[in-house]
Design a protein around this ligand. Sequence first.
Ligand code: ZN
Length: 466
Amino acid sequence: MIVVLAALAAASEPPAHVTRWRAQVDWEAAQAETVALLSAYLQVDTRNPPGMEEVGAAFLGARLDAEGIPWALLPHSEGRASLVARLNATNPTAGPLCLVSHLDVVGWEDERWPADRGPLSGVIVDGSIWGRGALDMKGMGALELQTMILLKRLQVPLSRDVVLLALADEEVANVGAREAVDRYWDQIGCSHAINEGGLGVKDAIFDGESVHGVSVAEKGILWVELIATGRAGHGSTPYPGEAPDRLRDAMVAIDRMRARPVFDETMLDLLDAIGRTHGGATGAVLRSPLLVRTLARKKLMNEPATRAILTDTIHLTGVYGAVAPNVVPSEARAMYDCRLRPGTTPGAMLERLREATAHVDGVRFEVISAAESSASPTDDPLFRALVRYAVEGRPTAAAGPLLSVGYTDSMDLRRKGVRAYGYVPFEVTAEDAETMHGHGERVPVSEVGSGLERLFSVVVDVAAAP
Ligand SMILES: [Zn+2]
């Protein structure tokens, strides 16, 4: 069991070279510098659409210039570009490690944010830094840049290249990641990557205990439109075979489809880590695959967040087609966002949808987008380091692997055989975590310091010469 190894590693002392390099850092000064960096970065407007990530790249580039770290733009269209920077290994014994972030952020509704701490403010109020991207993911971008800066200033001898990759257009069309992989790979060429995915959440399952998820896989997607066609007519006289009725019948059939929960190694390993931290009878239940499948199943399936991890989801996200109350249109449509666990291909899900609605005449599916789930192994030194430093020295925190329900740029990186792990090294409340893509996004100042220490430790562990 990988988690047993990870737990043992977490309990033992970190390698001597990590202790040595950490002692070289003035952590108070490093935190203050990273907080200032993040505050300024949040004030750079890279909302997507339209993106305009070049200004974000220029911001990071100016900091890299000041430290003498070489970097390059990876342009893809007018005003839009990703950035790559590199610290070379002195004597490489492993493939390059990539520190990945995205430059763009999602948009916002100004009026829903507190007036004195807006999305482009970067201000510090109530012990947190406020702004769109504080968590998703300029915060981590700032930690990654600061880690590069620390490695350079301390002249840490590297056993592998450390690459900073700040990508454009993660939030809308993933063009930055796609171009990085398809067009610019000779400038990147990493074997491993740390990207967004999981993070640490306080009181996640038990009060007073936090859980840090390191995502090792992303669910696949199948976005489809369900299209019903039929007899057009007047609202006054119902006829059989009308499009809206057909749409409803198909939607009811889809709604009746039942997904079975899958308790795979990833979920069992995470529950094992949580159970180990919690202890007692409840901890014992979480550590037993048999008891999880029987006793904990109902609770996990009733919670939307865990249910989404355990099952293939078929999520109705829109219904449209009405013209006027008294007009029966010849066509009506519904939109579905299906998220697929490893093992379920988009084609297999489409087949299930077709079978479930086969008894309804005049309906068909049109695929808008499809991607298969992808995963990286947990049996990897980088994964073990992420787990170790996420919870180092804190007996009330658990860390383990996670299946990420959302799509990230890691999906594109894995096409090149990259082992990509998703972990934003902040520990926040569930309430703070919900501000991602929501209102009042923020990260505690203290977590910028702790997060930097966690990330620096991971990178030194796997990339510094011992
Ligand atoms: Zn993100």
